[in-house]
Design a protein around this ligand. Structure first.
Ligand SMILES: [Zn+2]
Length: 229
């Protein structure tokens, strides 16, 4: 029981000869993986387990397989945009004859090791962290062409210009005003209530400021004739 996995061979196989790991718990970002596959190609093999006459079961790379299924057979009709122009999709080569295949490393192992490999392959990637400086440097080589990296322009902006700290804000804007520490009222209302609020406060001095509107409404309530009178 629980023998280590043993490598058998690397093959390129039609996806219909593979099946997903039953009960895979990870929910991966399939569109991002497909974006990478189309730009970078399948740089990593799926890892699949061979059991007698059953179809090969994918232990690791289930989301890569899903991304290939999302691409589908034949020409996806989309060349890949790069910083310098376009080039063929690295999955299908924009070839109508492309068949839905994946490169697969085939292993044999027992049930216990199969589950362990599936679990740890998902877990190990999420447990790691990042050296932010190293990440920013790597991304700086991309020359604003982030295709197939999994990063967006907004991600990079956050990385190279993170939100300012409180100390930096105080340096820039001076010490916070006393009303920065005032309580904040925040609640959800129906569209009808919102419209009534805006309607009843239309004559306040600054309709762009809900704070002014609210004080105006309080004044109206205070000055309203008593219902009982
Ligand atoms: Zn394609």
């Amino acid at each position: 029981m629980n023998e280590p996995a043993r490598y058998l061979r690397t093959v390129t196989l039609p996806l219909d000869q593979l099946r997903h790991f039953p009960g895979n718990a990870k929910r991966g970002d399939v569109p991002t993986i497909l974006d990478s596959l189309r730009r970078n190609g399948q740089y990593r093999s799926l890892i699949a387990r061979q059991v007698d006459d059953e179809p090969l079961t994918v232990l690791a790379g289930n989301h890569t397989m899903m991304a290939l299924e999302l691409h589908g057979p034949g020409d996806c009709g989309e060349p890949v945009k790069t910083g310098k122009g376009t080039r063929p999709c690295a999955v299908c080569g924009n070839d109508r004859a492309w068949e839905l295949t994946a490169r697969v490393e085939v292993v044999v192992c027992d049930d216990d090791t199969a589950r362990r490999v599936n679990l740890v392959d998902n877990r190990s990637s999420e447990k790691g962290g990042y050296d932010r400086d190293a990440l920013a440097e790597l991304l700086s080589y991309m020359d604003d062409d982030l295709g197939g990296t999994g990063y967006t322009d907004a991600d990079v902006q956050l990385l190279i210009a993170p939100p300012p700290s409180l100390e930096e804000l105080a340096d820039t804007y001076g010490d916070p005003e006393t009303d920065d520490f005032w309580p904040v009222l925040k609640f959800r209302v129906s569209p009808e209530i919102r419209d009534a609020f805006y309607g009843l406060t239309i004559n306040c001095t600054d309709t762009n400021d809900d704070n002014v509107r609210f004080r105006y409404l309080l004044d109206r309530a205070r000055n309203a004739p008593d219902h009982a009178a």
